[in-house]
Design a protein around this ligand. Structure first.
Ligand code: ZN
Length: 183
């Protein structure tokens, strides 16, 4: 048995060629593994993820969405270029209240549907400096936390859709599956 190099999955990724995967790419369904260490490879991946997220006008992006199945996501709830939040090996420690609102996902272009989420969410994660921090988010920020945590466990927007939302988005989902099959 050979000891794996730390962050092997991240080091194997060719950062410039990364792109946002779309449903139903099977890599979106993988359960992600923890980041081994917060090192240069993680900082480079995060930088690339922010580039892709801002270019696609997203407010959150999880590593599995760019084909790297490690437990990490980035976010910018205000969509300000200076508002760059990084969550490494995150876990939700408290959920309170309820909200129901439209939710979208960069892996499901043009699809928005009502998803029930907790209104307040507390997350504990490592930052880019390797130190653990805790943050409590409300409204959109809490929604982003819960949506991105879903990605790390291979759970997608389509898995959160009720029957009505699935029906309403049937054509768009179908066309995404067609596009994927035709690649
Ligand atoms: Zn998403």
């Amino acid at each position: 048995m050979v000891r794996m190099e730390p962050n092997a999955k991240i080091r194997q990724a060719d950062l410039p060629s990364l792109e946002i995967l779309r449903y139903p790419d099977p890599r979106l369904k993988e359960v992600c593994t923890p980041v081994d260490a917060v090192d240069e490879s993680v900082r480079a991946l995060v930088e690339r993820m922010f580039e892709l997220m801002f270019a696609s006008r997203g407010v959150g992006l999880a590593a599995p969405q760019v084909g790297v199945s490690v437990r990490l996501f980035v976010a910018s709830p205000t969509f300000e270029p200076s508002d760059r939040r990084v969550y490494i090996n995150p876990r939700l420690t408290a959920l309170e209240g309820a909200q129901e609102g439209d939710e979208g996902c960069l892996s499901f272009p043009n699809i928005y549907c009502k998803v029930k989420r907790a209104n307040v969410a507390t997350i504990v994660a490592l930052g880019l400096d390797g130190a653990e921090f805790q943050e409590t988010g409300e409204g959109l920020t809490a929604r982003i936390f819960q949506h991105e945590m879903d990605h790390l466990d291979g759970r997608l927007l389509v898995d959160r859709m009720g029957t009505v939302a699935k029906l309403a988005n049937r054509r768009l989902l179908h066309s995404l599956r067609d596009q994927f099959a035709a690649r």
